[in-house]
Ligand binder design. Structure first.
Ligand code: C2E
Ligand code: CA
Ligand code: CA
Length: 707
């Protein structure tokens, strides 16, 4: 202890004390006010002036409430003045200069200064502005609440584990994530381990052990088992807190519920490998499975079979019955395929109406053929949708490892090729891949090559088939049919090359050329014969979808000088019905050019009668398939009669195609069919032969006196 300076012990003189008190009063950071018993302001200090934004002149002599506006302050002043309590304090909102409200801590003290003449009471009011302090406090409280809320939303909890004592502390969110009740469940290392998924336990134990050993952090995903038996995925991160001796004292960490993320990941992975409509594996997963099967087959000397399955004429079902029915049909078929194979085999959907199956561990090709037959049979069973029965067939192509390819791509490609062969063979069939098939594909490519430039090289020609009015046998028109004269002299029919022109888009140009040629030829004959023959020209799908079609038609009519009513455009039922609403629009536009419209191959598609009535049609052409069996198949008789009646009802003319016999002709005539075309009258003829035909008709009619 240091010795006390003698000056320290000299008592303070009153004069000095007063001086100190004045200085303290003036300089203390709290606002001070001295009020009279009538609550007039006697004096205030500098801090008060600053707090309230006023000057000494503003406040002196004023009543306290005129300067300090605060609800409840007057009561407090009165209580202290009344003498019941020596002092009152609290927190009040006070309005300062400019109207701003500040939060103030106040203390009111009564003073009785004996020196005064009359012993009048005075009040000392001390004020402290705690607005900022309070704001900071509120903000802190809010951010703490927010943190807790954020953790709750993020499903993120934290924990602390005292390695030495074994004490484990969990935040509320950890309890929530683990679905354990706080208070009832006692967290500890053992009880924590008991919450883990048995398959993950060992992994976590070793991670914890390693951390304790070398002080390293760990982060890992694992599963926990809830009391309900449910499973949750969590992401855990932990780090070590070392003691002074460098030994791990505590571990702290976070645990986050990532179940939703894991589920989404799993869903995405499933989506990436499966077809959403049928839930079957997709092409990607199929490739994987084939490749695994190849590896297995190589090792165990077994075969692998790849079956490529394509539904027959599915597009027609989809187009005419709607995608909804189409989708459900695909689902039904997917289910049948799945049920027809063994567990280790993979049924995949490649898209559209294409499926594929990978058969693993196959002993011999006979087994595959057996399965293919089983599949065709399964597909061919009736499918009941909306109370209606539907039938589907498929074509299957098969390739075998190792004979037909040693890798996934080759096997798929060759199975696809074999599938085309099955289609060619008349559908509802299966074919094994053969070397020659590859040749056919090459032939197709070669066909495509030869067709390019064929128009420019003048290899196309239009033949005409007369259309005869049944009532009197008079030729009323011709149908233009395209022919291709290949330089090598090989014959390729339009059924083969027109689809290729379609595929390549060449048909738009070639089709316009046919139309032009046909119109020019007919104008010539009409002038020559003094007739008004009509010419029918076929439109392909590409042409029908071409937005310049109406312009092309108008241009052809203008250039050839053919009256629009003498040109008839034929569209097939399947083209029109695939998008009936749009087709109606296109047909109206075509009608606007003045041409006539015929529905070709009627009866083969699935026409909606509602649309049929709305379309601006002139004729229905009865497909030759039905005409062929007139008099042979009672069913076809009925169909033909119905189509004729339907046409009549709709105010359309019926045209029978492919009339080859007199029996057919008589039947058609008897049932009121207006027109016919077919070999009975004439094959499609080149221009020169058709001119002869006209001459012959004329003379025969002359000789029979009919003209
Ligand atoms: P399509 O429009 O149904 O034409 C009628 C087909 O029936 C023609 O075949 C014709 O030769 C054939 N045919 C005519 N009378 C008989 C008969 O009594 N019996 C049998 N069995 N067949 C008969 P073609 O000329 O081989 O044409 C086949 C198809 O190619 C046509 O069927 C048509 O869809 C298409 N086509 C032909 N020319 C063109 C064309 O210029 N443009 C477009 N887009 N398609 C065309
Ligand atoms: Ca036709
Ligand atoms: Ca036809």
């Amino acid at each position: 202890m240091t010795a006390m300076d003698p000056m320290d012990s000299v008592p303070l003189r009153l004069q000095d004390f007063k001086e100190y008190a004045e200085r303290v009063f003036a300089n203390i950071p709290s606002g001070l006010v001295i009020l009279s018993a009538r609550l007039r302001i006697l004096t205030v200090n500098r801090a008060f002036l600053q707090m309230f934004g006023v000057t000494q002149g503003d406040v002196e002599g004023r009543f306290s409430h005129e300067v300090i506006s605060a609800d409840g302050l007057a009561d407090q002043l009165a209580t202290v003045l009344g003498g019941s309590v020596p002092r009152a304090d609290g927190i009040l909102l006070m309005r300062v200069c400019g109207g701003e409200e500040r939060l103030m801590r106040y203390a009111v003290t009564g003073m009785y200064l004996a020196e005064e003449e009359e012993e009048e009471a005075r009040l000392l009011v001390a004020l402290e502005d705690i607005t900022e302090q309070e704001r900071a406090f509120q903000a802190l409280a809010r951010s703490e609440a927010r943190l807790a809320e954020a953790q709750r939303i993020a499903r993120l909890g934290h924990w602390e584990w005292n390695v030495a004592t074994g004490e484990l502390w969990w935040s509320d969110e950890v309890y929530n994530i683990f679905e354990r009740e706080k208070g009832r469940f006692v967290p500890g290392y053992e009880s924590f381990l008991a919450c883990l998924h048995p398959d993950d336990r060992a992994r976590i134990e070793s991670a914890v052990r390693k951390s304790i050993d070398d002080g390293s952090d760990y982060r890992l995903d694992h599963r926990i088992v809830l009391p309900s038996g449910g499973v949750r995925y969590v992401h855990e991160q932990a780090s070590c807190v070392l003691g002074a001796d460098g030994i791990v004292e505590r571990m702290v960490g976070t645990v986050q519920d990532i179940t939703e993320r894991k589920e989404t990941e799993a869903r995405l992975a499933h989506l990436a490998h499966h077809d959403p409509l049928t839930c079957l594996p997709n092409r990607m997963l199929l490739r994987d499975r084939i490749s695994q099967a190849i590896t297995y087959g190589r090792r165990h000397d077994r075969l692998v079979a790849v079956l490529f399955i394509d539904l027959d004429r599915f597009k027609r079902i989809n187009d005419s019955l709607g995608h909804d029915v189409g989708d459900r049909l695909l689902q039904a078929i997917a289910e049948r395929l799945r049920k027809s194979v063994r567990d280790g085999d993979t049924v995949a959907r490649l898209g559209g109406d294409e499926f594929a199956i990978a058969l693993t561990d196959v002993a011999d090709a006979d087994d595959v053929a057996k399965l293919a037959r089983k599949l065709l049979n399964a597909i061919n069973q009736s499918i009941l949708l909306n109370g209606r029965e539907y039938y589907a067939t498929a074509s299957i192509g098969i390739s075998l490892f190792p004979h037909d390819g040693g890798d996934v791509e080759t096997l798929l490609k060759n199975a696809d090729t074999a599938m085309y062969e099955a289609k060619e063979a008349g559908r509802n069939a299966y074919r094994f891949f053969r070397e020659e098939m590859d040749f056919n594909i090459r032939a197709h490519l070669e066909l495509e090559q030869s067709l390019r430039g064929a128009l420019e090289r003048g290899e196309f020609e239009v033949h005409y088939q007369p259309q005869i009015r049944l009532q009197d046998g008079v030729v009323t028109g011709v149908e233009a049919l395209l022919r291709w004269n290949r330089p090598d002299g090989k014959f390729v029919g339009p059924d083969i090359f027109i689809p290729v022109l379609e595929e390549t888009g060449l048909i738009v140009e070639v089709g316009a050329w046919v139309m032009h040629r046909a119109c020019v030829d007919v104008v010539h004959w009409n002038r020559l014969l003094g007739r008004e023959l009509l010419v029918a020209v076929n439109l392909s799908r590409r042409q029908f979808d071409d937005k310049h079609l109406a312009e092309t038609v108008a241009e052809v009519l203008r250039e050839s000088g053919l009256p629009p009513a003498l040109l008839e455009l034929e569209v097939t039922e399947s083209i029109v019905m695939s998008d009936a609403a749009r087709a109606g629009h296109v047909m109206e536009t075509l009608r606007g050019t003045g041409v006539h419209l015929a529905m070709d191959d009627f009866g083969t598609g699935y026409s909606s009668l509602v649309y049929l009535k709305r379309f601006p049609l002139d004729r229905l052409k009865i497909d030759k398939e039905f005409v062929r069996d007139i008099g042979v198949d009672a069913n076809d008789d009925a169909i033909v009669r119905t189509i004729i009646a339907l046409a009549e009802n709709l105010g359309l003319e019926a045209v029978a195609e492919g009339v080859e016999t007199e029996v057919q002709r008589d039947f058609l005539q008897r049932h009121g069919c207006q027109l016919a075309q077919g070999y009975l009258y004439s094959r499609p003829l080149p221009v020169a032969d058709l001119e002869h035909y006209f001459v012959k008709c004329r003379s025969s009619r002359r000789s029979s006196g009919s003209e």
